[in-house]
Design a protein around this ligand. Structure first.
Ligand code: SME
Length: 156
């Protein structure tokens, strides 16, 4: 397929996700390599929404290890139960953080980050990896982001 992303000229977040979803499906559907697909998903989300940081953490040897991402450099390894990512790994449930400064134990990889959402990919009751998105705006994420980020992760 042509590697060109169509970005809707709208401020409606749901419309943007709805336009992005089939494009991601086409992009990852023909490729089996998980890392390649993660890299394109991070790039597509960053291009469409201009988030501060979009990336993946993979569960590897009982730690989270940084995967493909777009944005400022980030922490390489995170332990279970630590930070937003570690908590999502432990609980296996997505977390939306409206204000990172009031989330106990939040790991500040970038001082520009103000809010965050982390969504886990679960297979056979185990977390395989997480999709982490940071914004430089407070309260940037809601149930719409959670719904579509979960759908995107479901395509991988
Ligand atoms: N803030 C995350 C760490 C990862 S960075 O945001 C990229 C956390 O608290 O787990």
């Amino acid at each position: 397929m042509a590697e060109e992303l169509i970005i809707l000229e709208t401020h409606n977040k749901e419309e943007k996700y709805q336009s992005l979803l089939p494009q991601i499906q086409a992009l990852v559907g023909s490729e089996k390599d998980l890392i390649a697909n993660m890299a394109n998903v991070a790039a597509a989300l960053k291009a469409v929404f201009d988030f501060l940081w979009v990336g993946f953490y993979r569960v590897k040897n009982n730690e989270l290890v940084l995967g493909p991402f777009q944005g400022p450099i980030a922490c390489t390894r995170i332990k279970k139960g630590i930070g937003v990512c570690g908590k999502v790994w432990e609980s296996q449930v997505s977390i939306i953080v409206p204000d990172v400064e009031v989330f106990p134990g939040h790991i500040a990889c970038s001082s520009s980050s103000r809010s965050e959402i982390v969504v886990p990919k679960i297979f056979k009751e185990k977390v395989l990896y997480l999709l982490d998105v940071d914004s430089d705006q407070l309260d940037a994420f809601d149930a719409i982001d959670q719904k579509y980020l979960q759908k995107i992760i479901g395509l991988l």
